[in-house]
Design a protein. Sequence first.
Length: 522
Amino acid sequence: MRLSQQSKRKEANSGMARIKIIMALLLGLRRHDLRAARTFVKIQYKDQPFLLRWMRFSVWSMRQIFITIPNGISGLDLSRSVSRTPFWLDATNPLHNHPWHNQPNATLPEEVDTVVIGAGFTGASAAYFWAKHAPSDRRLVVLEMKEAASGASGRNQGTVVMGRYFAMVRDNLLPHLDQVRADMPPKERRRLAEQFADVYCHAAARNAELIQQTVLAEGFDVDYARNGWVQERLADQQDDLAESVEAGKRFGHQDWIKIDPARVLRESGMQVSLPAGFSQKAATWHPAKWVWSLLVASLKENKVELYSNTKVNEVHDAPQGYIVNTDRGAIKARHVIYAVESYLPKMDRRFHDIIEPHQEQLSSGLGAPDSMPSDNSITGRFFFGARRGNVLLAGSDSTRVPDRLAGCSRPSRFLTKFALSEFKRLYGRFQFRLTHEWSGTVGYTPDQYPLIGKIDDRSKYMIGGMCGSGSGVAFNAARCIVNRILDRRDEPDDYPEAYFAPSRLLDAANHPWPEVNKSQAQ
């Protein structure tokens, strides 16, 4: 009798806990959750009629709210006292409020050779290569409106990606080429998309090798480890997985492979029944420490200066250069590099609908599945994550937000719970206590291909539209732009104008498109 009463109390408590979870999910829904729902429907049910797709989504979402998420997060500690500061930015920033922290009376220089706007992956990389190669009489200034690495570079998963794999680049670019290059036969457009993918993947591979070489040569303490990246593939994705691997190999790109469930378990600890994709040379690091290390190394040379907490308001043309107006004064520069990614439409309205801010979010906490190795990365269809020691990072979403929301940190607790329930699906039960929850914005282009090069007919450059793969593009792209400004021609330029110039989207009719290798058109 006593056992029966205890069992009933346990069931009642369990039922009340489930009701509380469900009510918290429903009452916690926010406007961005509705945006994310549209993104989900577009991806998951894209080939189905409008009414059917939303009916199917309604069934899916009810199951998530009433069954999947409550089952997935039961027993996890999801308290409300959670930090909005990204996990990475808890580390000590050696350049906090630089230079004002140590030099409160410092002033901006009146004139320099080059101004870089933004101190994230791209801006720090440009500073690093400038310090290495510029003559002593040519100065570069990095301007950052907040702190170095405070934007998307300090808000991500901490994965050093190999860029996007060949077939992904090709397949995302092709629909856009169908619109802007309707003058070409379909087979030639497909071949052109393959050429774009080939160039992108070669550049990304060099980017990854340059990063590893730099970490080792400089002795940067950035928690770098190169253990690969496992990407789950469901039943309806298996044909695409096989084709993507074959296509990459056909063009000489060997990083992206298919691995069986046994290897998936060894590499990631995920319990799956189908093959997954595996980026063999992807790595992990501490993204903020990478940015800070590059800048600290750069500032050892008198050719580079950093001014944090200095907002750029406008950039005006001037004789022989530009006037960069900030809230601390103006700087005259011969060259300007925009390294601001999703913020660019705020600064230059031409990039509305060309650089699209997409919000992604992450949470982190103490505790992780026992089977999940440290210093690895995983991805599912609608979530991503990583483990660093006893810290688990779980993220989801990539939804466009208005230009004005670029850089806003407005994470959704619903999406955090969804991502954690996906971990439960793949790893079983584990102990976890949520400590951090944040969001950030990355820049997407309509064809999901980066823009790297001049944005005027003078000397104003941009590096952006990296579509969440900034660690796979920024370092090498910054090297190439710095080399162009310095007229250094002894190194390969991996971002040729015909493929990456912003005119591809700003003025497609007059863009210098590459010639198509018709002998390989299929």
